[in-house]
Design a protein around this ligand. Structure first.
Ligand SMILES: Cc1ncc(COP(=O)(O)O)c(C=O)c1O
Length: 389
């Protein structure tokens, strides 16, 4: 198919012979699971993010679970997050027997509203942890959230699944709270297919997460394999999980990490081209901006207060034009489980609701050329019934 008629996916991993060679090297090495390659990936990632410790895991969901577990979250505790996220941000607290409280996102932002957070903290007992989510790669207002958390004695676990690499004047997103968690899921900016990384500056948390990630065993598999001490002897000190990242995926991750800044530059340029294409048109609201945006998502709003097709119709028309679009997110308070569990109604979070009803995520990926970006702009403008087209 020619570049003008081919399908444009919403996300596409960016891999070449470097990743292929790295994976082949591990396949031929005789050691596939967590070992020297994963240790090297952790070390390089920690240096890149400027964090003392980084622990590779098999998903961001596992990383969030490990972080809350290491903080001692359990029955009787409450964890606060915003409803504008993926379900696993909140589900991990339930796995530990804790309850959730949600606070709305800021108007015209997909991120937690510090004012709403303050009200939830003032009116909710037993809040032990806050999970700010850097939605789409735009860092949350950590300068407001961190002092609030300290004042209320809460830990902070940053859901930085979308926010790599994201440098704001306050620091590298994910490294500012007690722990931060990144995702390397297939659609993420750097990917290992499935995978994630947890960072922390707290050695006690790091040690606990490291042990719980591997069955609660007191020695890593790699240590048992390479150590001069009896390789078969180990002790189980906790009922742990199986959340390690294998070397075969870490090899891919190391190559992707080296390309991360180039990937960010490409995504930033695509976002700027979209901004230029949609600005000044009254059917659209452009994504919120701010320093350190990682541009994992380009979320455009199709204004419901202007006449013309709605968000769902625009997505359908884009599909017919060979363009994949998505929606991030269906807020959790609209999901049967969370609305029942936390007794929430659609109107409970008006900002999240109105943003959800208008938002779609347009294709943004490394290697997406100007002609494809142009096709997406043209098709979106046409589908939205923007006057003057
Ligand atoms: C905001 C957010 N947090 C957490 C996750 C979970 O990531 P993973 O698929 O790596 O477990 C996702 C998944 O995309 C996400 O969007």
């Amino acid at each position: 198919m020619s570049p003008n008629t081919d399908f444009i996916p919403f996300a596409r991993p960016s891999m070449d012979s470097e990743e292929e060679e790295a994976v082949l090297r591990i396949m031929r090495s005789g050691w596939l699971t967590t070992g020297a390659e994963t240790l090297a990936f952790e070390k390089e990632f920690a240096e890149f993010a400027g964090s003392p410790r980084a622990l590779a895991v098999n998903s961001a969901t596992s990383g969030l679970h490990l972080a809350l577990e290491a903080l001692g979250i359990g029955p009787g505790d409450v964890v606060v997050t915003s409803p504008y996220t993926f379900t696993s941000t909140a589900a991990v607290a339930r796995h530990l027997g804790a309850e959730l409280a949600f606070c709305d996102v800021a108007p015209d932002s997909y991120n937690m509203d510090p004012g709403a957070l303050e009200k939830v903290l003032a009116s909710t007992r037993n809040v032990r942890a806050i999970i700010p989510v850097h939605v789409g790669g735009l860092p949350c207002d950590m300068d407001a959230i961190l002092p609030l958390a300290r004042r209320h004695g809460c830990a902070v676990v940053e859901d930085a699944a979308h926010a790599f690499p994201s440098r704001s004047p306050s620091g590298f997103a994910g490294t500012l709270g007690d722990a931060g968690v990144y995702s390397f899921y297939a659609t993420k900016t750097i990917t290992t297919g499935e995978g994630g990384m947890v960072v922390t500056a707290n050695p006690k948390l790091a040690d606990r997460m490291s042990r719980m990630r591997m069955h609660g065993i007191d020695r890593e598999v790699w240590d048992r394999y390479t150590s001069k001490k009896a390789s078969w002897r180990y002790a189980v000190t906790e009922a742990g999980f199986k959340y390690n990242l294998p070397d075969i995926l870490a090899a891919m991750g190391r190559v992707q990490l080296r390309k991360a800044d180039r990937f960010l530059a490409e995504r930033t340029a695509i976002a700027a081209a979209y901004d230029a294409g949609f600005s000044g048109m009254d059917r659209f609201r452009l994504p919120p901006r701010g320093d350190g945006h990682a541009w994992h998502l380009y979320s455009l709003r199709i204004r419901a207060d202007r006449p013309g097709p709605g968000r769902d119709q625009v997505i359908e028309a884009l599909g017919e034009a060979g363009i994949g679009a998505s929606v991030h997110f269906i807020p959790l308070h609209l999901m049967p489980y969370w609305s029942e569990r936390c007794k929430l109604r659609p109107e409970s979070f008006p900002n999240a609701l109105s943003m959800f009803e208008e938002t779609l995520s347009l294709p943004i990926w490394q290697g997406m050329d100007a002609s494809r970006v142009g096709r997406v702009i043209q098709a979106t403008v046409a589908a939205s019934g923007q006057a003057g087209t």
